[in-house]
Design a protein around this ligand. Structure first.
Ligand SMILES: [Zn+2]
Length: 416
């Protein structure tokens, strides 16, 4: 995210940017069936709202319902219980489908399993989670997502979870209402959405399309991956007026933009060069977040994510921007890196947030100057497998130097 007033990036609000992604941690839960049979089913675990993380892979059911043990013949007056394995099969197949992103199929399988065995709570719970994932993916459009949130709520009892899902559903409604009449204009790698009746945007949007396609190629070189060519969808760029942006993101007018899987930017007017230039640099910043997500996944540390996004905003003005950040940092001590790993959203103190962003930019620049820019991008990529610690581990493996002391080098260089 990026603030226009200060030319600084800001973290998303937990309510909005984080709320856009659902982490559905699906745990395998053992359920003892009546005749001493063990059935492992997928159950929703401690899922929470977090924009930055993709769903954890569901754990496949490890144990099938065992065949009834051989033993004495059942009492002839009691009909022998026949175990119907089919719903468990459906559940297993649904887990595999969820794992591979085949959400429609997962929903269908679980609907059947839950209908066949309404007494197995895990099937219903899994169905609720599948609806949630499909709603979150939003591939069927806003109305379908809103319906899926509704369907999910039928299977969720926990009041706290219900409140979270209801919040997501309300946001989906606001997004639908806001974007109802937007034109949709795809380019090669982006899909632009905006209110086509706003004459103050039209010409500027055409210029932005060209610039952003150039940016895509530039970032593709630097990040070593082109998301669309790698099989991902076009990057959505949605332009709102100030009120619409606030309605959809809850961020008010201080934020310059947000990436929550889509790039959302408030744009008042593109007819003056100053405003155009500002939007352009916001879009470059948010596009950098899109590339970072694409190659590094959800666990890229904030200092690296925001550092790179700022570093790529305006190459022509990079050195002056870095110089300003370094000058501001010189007067106080730096944050330990670990403190800048997670989302900076919860930080109350605006001045501290500003310093965190300064430090992110200065440190990424320092790494790039001392070790070459390539290390910065490969550190991002390393987070896909290595999680939030992947960046530092990769740095050490490549340079034989611990990352934390390099931050000390940066601190020393500020006061020299
Ligand atoms: Zn940002």
């Amino acid at each position: 995210m990026r603030s226009p007033s200060t030319h600084r990036s800001r973290p998303p609000s937990p309510r909005e940017e984080r709320g856009a992604w659902l982490v559905l941690a699906l745990l395998a839960v053992a359920a003892l069936a009546g005749a001493g049979l063990l059935a492992l089913s997928m159950m929703p675990g401690d899922w929470r709202l977090q924009e930055e993380a993709p769903p954890d892979p569901p754990q496949p059911a490890a144990t099938r319902p065992a065949a009834p043990p051989l033993g004495p013949a059942p009492d002839p007056v009691v009909a022998p219980k026949v175990l119907d394995e089919r719903p468990y099969d459906l559940n297993d197949r649904a887990i595999a489908a969820l794992d591979e992103g085949r959400l429609d199929e997962a929903v269908e399988l679980l609907e059947e399993a839950a209908a066949a065995r309404p007494d197995v709570a895990a099937f219903g719970a899994n169905l609720g989670e599948a609806y949630l994932r499909r709603a979150r993916a939003g591939e069927g459009g806003a109305d379908a997502a809103i319906d899926d949130f509704e369907a999910a709520l039928e299977w969720i009892e926990d009041p706290e979870r219900r409140a979270q899902v209801e919040g997501l559903q309300q946001r989906a409604r606001r997004v639908r209402d806001e974007e109802r009449d937007f034109v949709v204009e795809p380019t090669l790698h982006f899909t632009f959405k905006y209110d086509g009746s706003r004459g103050e945007l039209t010409e500027g949007v055409d210029r932005l399309k060209v610039l952003l396609e150039d940016t895509y190629q530039e970032f593709g070189e630097q990040f070593g991956r082109r998301p669309v060519e790698a099989g991902e969808g076009r990057i959505e760029v949605i332009l709102y007026d100030a009120a619409g942006f606030d309605s959809v993101t809850g961020l008010g007018d201080w934020a310059g933009g947000i990436f929550d899987g889509k790039i959302r930017v408030p744009v008042e007017d593109l007819r003056t060069e100053l405003r155009f230039a500002r939007v352009k640099s916001v879009l470059r910043h948010e596009t950098a977040h899109a590339f970072t997500r694409s190659i590094g996944g959800a666990a890229v540390p904030s200092w690296l994510n925001e550092g790179v996004a700022q570093w790529l905003e305006e190459p022509a003005r990079r050195s002056s921007g870095v110089g300003v950040a370094r000058a501001r940092l010189a007067s106080s001590s730096l944050f330990p890196l670990a403190r800048l790993n997670g989302n900076l959203v919860g930080w109350e103190d605006r001045a501290e947030v500003a310093r965190a962003y300064d430090q992110a930019l200065a440190f990424v620049d320092h790494l790039s100057v001392q070790y070459g820019p390539e290390i910065v991008f490969s550190m991002i990529a390393a987070c896909r497998e290595g999680g939030v610690e992947g960046a530092a581990a990769h740095f050490k493996a490549r340079t034989l130097v611990e990352l934390d002391p390099v931050l000390g080098d940066l601190a020393d260089s500020l006061t020299r």
